[in-house]
Design a protein around this ligand. Structure first.
Ligand code: G6P
Length: 559
């Protein structure tokens, strides 16, 4: 639903708070929107030439420029007032305190506890969780040191050379993204298998020696069908390669889970299980035991730096007034575009090839969290919620889909993320010249998107009149630019927490539960039913599904 300033929905039945769209703070933002909706960024910069020097923030090592947004200081004030009216500070405090803000599952939401210092205390249901968190981190570190140091031996006595993480969703995207992002810091080869398509397992096992391979089975629930299927096939592959001795399994399989029973049922010794807890959401779990592959790759010290980076942003969120609070401002700018301008998507464009999987990671983080259509009270929301999040690294995207961003009919707010000095194994001069090109492109895109090119400017270049419209760039496309000097483990942690908290704040404003994901259930149930029907009796299907199923049966691999 696009925000319509003339339509005032009735207050939601049964709710104690007015819908956010019924508040005076919402109306105040709407009024500002009405005055600014047609104002071009060219005009905003002409009226306020120094806005670049003012409209930016820093958090940890991240410099965050918000000057190229279609807003004024007055808009930011109004958006911050809206955040306060929506109870954002209370929601932040409730999260940090371990209150069960995941109401539909009656769970605390405490990914921030995963990176809290050892000497703090966070009590959930009468139990301090911080000693548990550090006990697991210590066990992970001891294990990682043994594997990395060659002390942990495989079945035939040889050290581990390759780690294969098997998991999906939050048990894959976080570690896979982080491993790739921190490739320059990694000293172990890790691979990531997620899809139940056997091609994923098969391609990743290619060339591996079972005797030197360690499987890390990552699943919060340990019931996810893709992960259990891949893990079973990996176990068969291992046993086949090592002469069928089941005694090999404990040396080549470890588990990351909240479900000790499921792990034991699968045949993994719970001594080889690294635990986490139901108050860690899958998409918020990379700082938990789910990050073990990352720790194996970069070492325990690197992983602590990674958690430290997250903690820096956690403390910033918790302790900084809303008006200077970077994740809050980014969240509210997102609300400005999503709800007042009605822009449906948000692109994340890292000018860092190491961050290639960051947009995919954010898709789960944001879309699984805020892709909701009812509020906490179960009533339909009164305004749009999460946008479609997408993106690919620059400069590649420039030669592919940026055309639509520059000249299409949909305005796409973009985040441009730049890393000043990439960690590469090339001579310094070579590395610098590539970095100059990369960052020049990032800056050029920010300018081109904001300011465009008018028909007059095109004509002044002597362009044939028939082509003027084709060569005109409307501009006025907003961007956030985030710059960091290097992509260290800490900086990656900062980026992750920045987006995590942006999601939290937006969910708080929309009055939704950002921490459940009931929308993924129906497909799972139906798939289970259909698997049973492939070799069995037909279920009750529509004619389209029935035809497709029969076609699959006719063509499938025969035993
Ligand atoms: O870690 P697991 O329990 O295997 O869950 C893996 C993933 O699958 C689910 O369907 C959810 O949509 C994700 O939030 C979750 O991260």
């Amino acid at each position: 639903m696009r925000y319509n300033p003339h339509h005032r929905p009735p207050p939601t039945a049964g709710s104690t708070m007015p819908a956010i769209t019924d508040t005076t703070e919402w109306a105040a933002v709407a009024r500002l929107h009405a005055t600014l909706a047609d104002t071009h960024l060219r005009q905003l910069f002409a009226d306020d030439p120094d806005r670049g020097g003012r409209l930016h923030g820093t958090v940890g090592d991240l410099y965050v420029d918000v000057a190229k947004h279609r807003l004024t200081d007055e808009v930011l004030d109004a958006l911050v007032a809206l955040a306060a009216a929506a109870g954002v500070p209370e929601k932040v405090a409730a999260m940090f305190a371990g209150e069960p803000i995941n109401t539909t599952e009656d769970r605390a939401v405490l990914h921030t506890a995963l990176r809290a210092p050892r000497d703090t205390s966070i009590v959930v249901d009468g139990h301090d969780v911080i000693p548990d968190v550090h006990a697991v981190l210590d066990r992970m570190a001891a294990f990682a040191e043994r594997v990395r140091g060659g002390e942990w031996r495989g079945h035939d006595g040889r050290p581990i050379e390759t780690v294969v993480n098997i998991g999906i969703g939050g048990s894959d995207l976080g570690p896979a993204m982080a491993y790739r992002a921190l490739a320059a810091h990694a000293t172990m080869d890790c691979r990531f298998v997620s899809n139940v398509d056997a091609a994923d397992l098969s391609r990743n096992l290619a060339g591996l020696d079972p005797a030197t391979t360690l499987f890390v089975i990552a699943s919060k629930t340990f019931t996810t069908i893709e992960t259990i299927t891949n893990a079973s096939s990996a176990r068969d592959w291992l046993l086949e390669g090592l002469g069928g001795d089941r005694g090999a399994i404990p040396k080549h399989f470890v588990a990351l889970s909240t479900n000790a029973e499921g792990v034991a049922d699968f045949g993994i010794d719970t001594d080889n299980m690294f635990e986490f807890w139901d108050w860690v959401g899958g998409r918020y779990s990379v700082g938990s035991a789910i990050g073990l592959s990352v720790m194996l790759a970069i070492g325990p010290d690197g992983f602590r730096d990674f958690l430290g980076g997250m903690r820096t942003v956690d403390e910033h969120l918790r302790d900084t007034p809303l008006r200077e609070n970077v994740p809050v401002l980014l969240a509210m700018i997102g609300i400005w575009y999503r709800n007042f301008f009605g822009f449906p998507t948000h692109a994340v464009l890292p000018y860092s090839h190491d961050l290639a999987r960051f947009p995919a990671y954010l898709q789960q983080l944001d879309m699984e969290s805020n892709g909701k259509r009812v509020g906490l009270d179960g009533q339909p929301v009164t305004t749009d919620t999460g946008p479609i999040v997408w993106g690919e690294p620059g400069t590649n995207g420039q030669h592919a889909f940026y055309q639509l961003i520059h000249q299409g009919t949909t305005t796409v707010p973009c985040d441009l993320i730049g890393i000043v000095t990439p960690d590469v194994d090339l001579p310094a001069d070579t590395a610098r010249s590539h970095a100059d090109q990369l960052i020049a492109n990032l800056l050029a895109q920010g300018e081109a998107l904001a300011f465009g090119k008018t028909a007059e400017e095109v004509r002044a270049e002597g362009v044939d009149e028939a082509l003027v419209a084709h060569k005109t760039f409307p501009g006025n496309i907003p961007t956030t630019t985030i710059l960091a000097d290097r992509l260290t483990p800490s900086v990656l942690g900062q980026l992750i927490a920045l987006y995590e908290h942006r999601v939290l704040v937006q969910g708080a404003v929309w009055g939704i539960n950002s921490f459940d994901q009931w929308g993924v259930e129906l497909g799972k149930v139906l798939a289970k039913r259909i698997v049973a029907e492939i070799d069995g009796a037909d279920g009750d299907h529509d004619s389209s599904t029935a035809m497709l199923l029969q076609r699959y049966r006719d063509a499938r691999l025969q035993p």
